[in-house]
Write a protein that binds this ligand. Structure first.
Ligand SMILES: C[S@@+](CC[C@H](N)C(=O)[O-])C[C@H]1O[C@@H](n2cnc3c(N)ncnc32)[C@H](O)[C@@H]1O
Length: 274
C-alpha cells in the first residue's frame, strides 16, 4: 500500500521547513503592517507571559520569534533579556533593522536544533508564541529547549486560533459553507494534542488555558491577508489571488453578527528538580 510521508520522516520535515521559510520570507511587510495596526502578536505574547507568571529580569529563549513582536513583548512584560530564533532570514533581518535593543538578540536558525546555545547559561523560560504548530518535530524542539532550561524554569506556547461566536462553534467552516466553497484539506503539521502530549511527556505537569480575543470581519481579513496565513486557506494560489479570496470569504460573515471570538490555546509546564 502506498502512503504519504509520515511527519517523522526527514523529507517531510525539510519540505515543511522550506515552505515555512518561503511563506514567512514573503510575509515580512504585511506581517509588520498588521502588527502595527493591531498589536496582535505583542498582546498575545504579553498574555502568555502573564499567564506563565514569568519573572522580572528573566533570560528568555523565544523560539519562532518572527520579526520580533514576541521578543519586544517579553522584554516589556518582564524586563527580560531575550534571544529570538527564527527560520526565516527575512523576518530576522527585519527584526534586526527595526529593533536595536542590547537586551534583545536575533538569530537565524531552526528551533528543532538548539545546539548553538550549548555554551550559554541556561534560560529562565522558553516561549513559542504562535509558532510550534508548524514544527514537524515538536518533541525534539521541546526536549532540546528543556535541556537549555534552568530547574524551576518554564516552557510555554500559544497555539493556532479557533474562530467561533455564540451561534457558530466553527466560523471558518461557516464562511466556506456560505460561499459554497469546499473546505480546504488543512494539513495539520502539529496538533494541539500532540504538542501538549510532548510537553507533558517532558516535565509531567502540564497546565492549559485559552486566551480569547474579540474581532470583527475586518480583523479576520487583516489576519488572513498575511501571506503565510492565507497560504493555509488557499495553498495553491499566488498571493494576490489568495488575498482576494480571503476578503470574499470573510465578507460572508458580515451578516453573522459580531463580535467573533478568536481563541488562542496556551500550554505551559515547569522543569521540576529530578
Ligand atoms: C506566526 S509567526 C510568530 C512570530 C512571533 N513569535 C510573533 O509572535 O510575532 C511563526 C514564526 O515561526 C517561525 N518558525 C516556524 N518553524 C520554525 C522552526 N522550525 N524554527 C524556527 N522558527 C520557525 C516562522 O518562520 C515564523 O516567523
Amino acid at each position: 500500500m502506498k502512503t504519504g510521508p509520515s511527519p517523522q520522516t526527514g523529507n517531510f520535515a525539510s519540505r515543511v521547513k522550506g515552505a515555512v521559510r518561503r511563506n514567512f520570507n514573503q510575509s515580512v511587510r504585511i506581517y509588520q503592517a498588521f502588527e502595527e495596526k493591531r498589536g496582535f502578536f505583542q498582546d498575545l505574547t504579553a498574555a502568555l507571559a502573564r499567564w506563565m507568571k514569568l519573572p522580572q529580569g528573566a533570560t528568555i529563549l523565544d523560539i519562532g520569534c518572527g520579526n520580533g513582536a514576541s521578543c519586544v513583548a517579553l522584554r516589556e512584560a518582564c524586563n527580560a533579556t531575550v534571544y529570538g530564533i527564527d527560520l526565516s532570514e527575512a523576518m530576522i533581518a527585519d527584526a534586526r533593522r527595526r529593533l536595536r535593543d542590547p537586551h534583545v538578540h536575533f538569530i537565524v536558525g531552526d528551533g528543532e536544533n538548539l545546539d548553538m546555545f550549548r555554551d550559554m547559561p541556561l534560560f529562565d523560560a522558553v516561549v513559542y508564541n504562535a509558532s510550534l504548530f508548524v514544527f514537524p518535530n515538536p518533541e525534539r524542539s521541546l526536549a532540546q529547549a528543556g535541556g537549555h532550561l534552568k530547574t524551576g524554569g518554564k516552557i510555554g506556547f500559544s497555539f493556532y486560533p479557533r474562530l467561533y461566536s455564540a451561534e457558530f462553534p466553527d466560523l471558518l467552516g461557516r464562511a466556506y459553507e456560505k460561499k459554497g466553497w469546499p473546505l480546504p484539506k488543512f494539513r495539520t503539521i502539529t496538533s494541539w494534542d500532540k504538542a501538549c502530549h510532548a510537553l507533558e511527556g517532558l516535565f509531567g505537569n502540564l497546565e492549559t488555558a485559552t486566551h480569547e480575543i474579540t474581532g470583527d470581519v475586518s480583523f479576520l481579513i487583516d489576519f488572513f491577508s498575511i501571506p503565510a496565513q492565507s497560504a493555509s486557506l488557499f495553498p495553491k494560489l499566488p498571493y494576490e489571488e489568495r488575498a482576494e479570496k480571503v476578503r470574499e470569504l470573510f465578507e460572508t460573515l458580515d451578516a453573522e453578527g459580531t463580535p467573533f471570538t478568536i481563541g488562542w490555546d496556551m500550554a505551559m509546564a515547569v522543569k521540576r528538580p529530578e
